[in-house]
Structure formats: C-alpha cells, structure tokens
Design a protein around this ligand. Structure first.
Ligand SMILES: Cc1cc2nc3c(=O)[nH]c(=O)nc-3n(C[C@H](O)[C@H](O)[C@H](O)COP(=O)(O)O)c2cc1C
Length: 181
C-alpha cells in the first residue's frame, strides 16, 4: 500500500476554516502521515534530518496550504529551501525519483479570478521544482471562495464550509485510490 505524507503549512490552523476542515476529514485515512510544519517549527528552525526521513518513506507528498499573496506561506518555502538538498532531492544519490507530489490549496477569491490557467501559473515554482527533482507532478486540487473576515461582522459560513468539505472529500478519494505508477 502506498505511503502518503501530507505537509500542512498554515500559520494559524486554530483559526482556519478551510485547511482545518480538510485536515480533520483526513484523520482516519490509513497510511497517511500529517506533519503540521507550523506546529513543529514555530521558529522556522526546520529539522532537516527529520523531514528528509519522512520524505524518504513517502510515495506521495501532499502540500496542503492556503494561497497567500499568490504564493505559499513562508514556512513551506523554508521547507523547500532547507529540506530539498543536493544529493537528497536532486543530483547524484537523489531519492525522489518514483515519488509523486500534489498541491492541495485553498483560495479566498472566486474561481472566476483564476480563469485561463492562472492557478497553474501560480503553482509553476512547485511544478518546476518537482521536475527538477524528478518528482511526478500531479494535477492540483484547489477550492476557491474559502475566506473569512472576522472583522466584517456576521457572515454566512455555510458555503465556505461546503466548499472545504467538498475539497476534503475529493482529496480523501484521491488518496484512497492513489496507486504507484
Ligand atoms: C495574508 C493573506 C494573503 C492572501 N492572499 C490571497 C491571494 O493571493 N489569493 C487568494 O485567492 N486568496 C488569498 N487570501 C485568502 C486565503 O487564501 C484564504 O484566507 C485561505 O485559503 C483560507 O483558508 P483557511 O480557512 O484554512 O485559513 C489571502 C489571505 C491572507 C491572510
């Protein structure tokens, strides 16, 4: 059975709606390890050895995060910068070949704001990094309109929750059916 590693990169999961809903729905999935990067490394001091050991065991790596300013949250960028070293992630001795990577992202804006391949363009650094490391880059899973403005007073959160739950179901089904290529 395939081993799956999910890296959660959210700076404030307690106050999250989207990513918290998605992660909660995955708690019972077999062969899935969730690593909450913010909880593990609140000071950004990433344990490279621990992260590389977790990566080495995984067949599928899922990056779970909210899009912030058309980008990934800084803890995930730090993870890329520190963990994907020469001789481990690329170059001679790399262990990444045969693994797959999937970006699973939440976005505040509606889908119409990301028409004409805009999300694919935003995710190009991940796709290019995957190609560089000879990882199999999978089609991302995204949900739009996941936003919450506590300072805007009462807000109907039902559509937001429904969108996050649909995302969770899609991701769970993908994980359950994932087979090594
Ligand atoms: C600092 C910041 C920057 C954001 N930038 C974007 C953005 O560039 N595009 C977008 O669609 N949503 C953006 N959003 C909205 C977030 O993507 C949204 O709040 C998040 O996906 C909700 O997930 P959560 O409930 O797990 O926090 C931003 C939110 C914050 C706080």
């Amino acid at each position: 059975m395939s081993k799956i590693l999910l890296l959660l990169a959210h700076p404030d999961i307690e106050n999250s709606i989207g990513n918290k809903t998605i992660i909660s729905a995955l708690n019972t999935v077999n062969n899935l390890t969730i690593r909450d990067l913010t909880a593990l490394y609140p000071d950004f001091n990433i344990d490279v050895n621990a992260e590389q050991m977790a990566l080495a065991k995984a067949d599928l790596i899922i990056l779970q995060y909210p899009i912030y300013w058309y980008n990934m949250p800084p803890i995930l960028k730090q993870w890329f910068d520190k963990v994907l070293t020469y001789g481990f992630a690329f170059g001679s001795g790399s262990i990444m070949t045969h693994k797959s990577i999937l970006a699973s992202v939440t976005l505040g804006s509606p889908e119409s704001s990301y028409a004409d391949g805009e999300l694919e363009r935003l995710l190009l650094p991940i796709q290019a990094s995957a190609n560089f490391c000879k990882l199999n880059y999978l089609k991302p899973i995204a949900s739009y309109g996941i936003y919450y403005m506590p300072n805007r007073g009462e807000m109907d959160l039902k559509p937001v929750l429904a969108s996050a739950e649909a995302h969770a179901a899609k991701l769970k089904s993908f994980i359950t059916n994932f087979k090594l290529n």
